[in-house]
Design a binder for this molecule. Structure first.
Ligand code: B12
Ligand code: SF4
Ligand code: SF4
Length: 398
């Protein structure tokens, strides 16, 4: 790999006080294409990205992401997509940078650490939030990407930043840009830093020197993520079956599969198990951030969450992906988690389950019946002790 294309990630604790300004929404604009070769190297550009909070930057050519395209098509045909849309909706589009930016020549890829100090587990029944969602890390990531894009625009190039957007498959772009290797858990791992990074890119008409080759595999004989996944969702190295992946099942609309409800444990948003067991994530000191712009939300009081109004849930958890903004999916997840980790003697827990058992949403009533049964409260509430009874209660498989 060309040394100049990747900024080495600092392996020491780089405490950074983040002063994040609101991200300026810059609409893609049609600009005259700059035909001249990019002046100078990429150093100045990368420095801009780093100064704006990116931990690693690289360049991939703006060719079609052939491997990702084939994987999307094959996995959808095999049913491994589990009904996801995202990049699966239109694989031709999400793997072709020139459909995002006409005349694209390069993809500048960027990574930003989302490692934070872990807040203590509260003493009340709490739902667990995956690390990447403790604060909105995409906002500062986009800010760093847009800083580079704006610089390119001042030089006359087209440049648009994307992060967690269905326009482009981020991990494959980052891999081709030399930022890291694909772990067996399908996450991209950065050397000496692990996988706790969000990824994004700038697609530009500027012709930049790309990584000569992707990074070599760093997993070796390890397979801890495969063995550590609570639902056996990693069906082959680098291949996740979304039908079994708790991270997707928590986002997917419909009835939560009964077979995976106990395995869900206390999770209400995202799942970190295949990263928590990963040696590089534990071996290396992470780039820890201080988040002055947002208080990390790692735990959510389940009884309180189940009592909030729609508006309050959206206000508190607005950065979560909630299918079509319907907060009943958040409540569904919270009911299962409460069934798994709640205290059957707690008055608040009993009251909230009783409320949902008599609510007007049959999908939520069914999940409340499951929780009551799981907590051994079926006799108290007069519900059948049959946790399989609710499968397919409402709205599955959309
Ligand atoms: C859909 C999606 C999901 C889905 C499906 C995940 C998946 N594995 O595809 C769900 C909802 C389950 C999900 C979960 C998570 N996601 Co997600 N997700 C996406 C999204 C929107 C698209 C991903 C995609 O297109 N996948 C399609 C398939 C085909 O890609 P793939 O599995 O990566 O397949 C590649 C490998 O198999 C590899 N490959 C091919 N042959 C071989 C052989 C070997 C041996 C190996 C190892 C690999 C390999 O090539 C394939 C093509 O690139 C991206 C954002 C984006 N726009 O790209 C974020 C993204 C991938 N997610 C991200 C994160 C953080 C997560 C979670 C960690 C969140 C959480 N804690 O719950 C989990 C991780 C779950 C996991 N083990 O993958 C980050 C990943 C950051 C990183 N360092 O890798 C991304 C990039 C978002 C971002 N912009 O930062 N996600
Ligand atoms: S996110 Fe959780 S369920 Fe999905 S593959 Fe990783 S460990 Fe398994
Ligand atoms: S747990 Fe092991 S096999 Fe899985 S991604 Fe980490 S290093 Fe690779």
């Amino acid at each position: 790999m060309r040394a100049a294309t990747v900024l080495a990630v600092d392996t020491g604790v780089a405490e950074q006080i983040e002063q994040v300004e609101p991200v300026e929404q810059v609409e893609p604009v049609e600009q005259a294409e700059q035909a001249e070769p990019f002046p100078g190297g990429t150093d100045e550009l990368f420095t801009i990205g780093r100064d704006h909070g990116l931990d690693a930057v690289g360049v991939a050519p703006a060719a079609v992401l052939e491997r990702a395209r084939a994987a999307l098509i094959e996995r959808r045909a095999a049913g491994l997509d589990g009904g996801m849309q995202f990049t699966y909706r239109n694989p031709q589009r999400s793997t072709d940078p020139s459909m995002a930016v006409t005349g694209a020549r390069s993809i500048i890829v960027g990574a930003r650490s989302y490692s934070l100090e872990t807040p203590a587990l509260p003493d009340r029944a709490s739902g667990r939030v995956a690390r990447y969602a403790w604060v909105d890390h995409y906002r500062p990531l986009r800010e760093g990407l847009w800083a580079m894009a704006k610089h390119l625009r001042t030089l006359g190039y087209k440049a648009v930043a994307f992060a967690d957007d269905n326009s482009i498959v981020d991990r494959e772009a980052a891999y081709l840009g030399g930022l890291g290797w694909f772990g067996k858990n399908a996450n991209l791992l950065l050397p000496k830093s692990g996988s706790l990074f969000v990824l994004g890119c700038v697609i530009t008409t500027a012709e930049l020197a790309a990584a000569d080759q992707p990074m070599a595999d760093g997993c070796g004989g390890c397979r801890r993520c495969i063995d550590g996944c609570p639902t056996a969702a990693i069906v082959a190295p680098g291949v996740v079956d979304a039908n079994r992946c708790l991270s997707w099942l928590l986002q997917k609309p419909g009835t939560f599969p009964v077979a995976f409800r106990e395995a869900l444990g206390d999770r209400i948003y995202g799942c970190d198990d295949c990263q928590d067991v990963c040696p590089p994530n534990n071996r290396f000191i992470q780039i820890q951030r201080r988040t002055d712009w947002q208080q990390p939300v790692a735990w959510v009081d389940l009884v309180e969450l189940l009592q909030l109004s729609d508006r309050e849930i959206k206000f508190r958890h607005g950065s979560w992906y909630i299918h079509q903004g319907e907060v009943r999916w958040v409540r569904r997840n919270a009911l299962i988690a409460l069934g798994n980790v709640g205290d059957r003697h707690d008055a608040g827990t009993r009251a909230v389950i009783a409320d949902y058992l008599s609510g007007d949403d049959e999908m939520l009533r069914e999940h409340a019946r499951w929780s009551a049964d799981r907590l051994g409260l079926h006799a108290d509430f007069g519900v059948d002790s049959d946790r399989d009874a609710g499968a397919g209660a409402d709205g599955a498989g959309r």
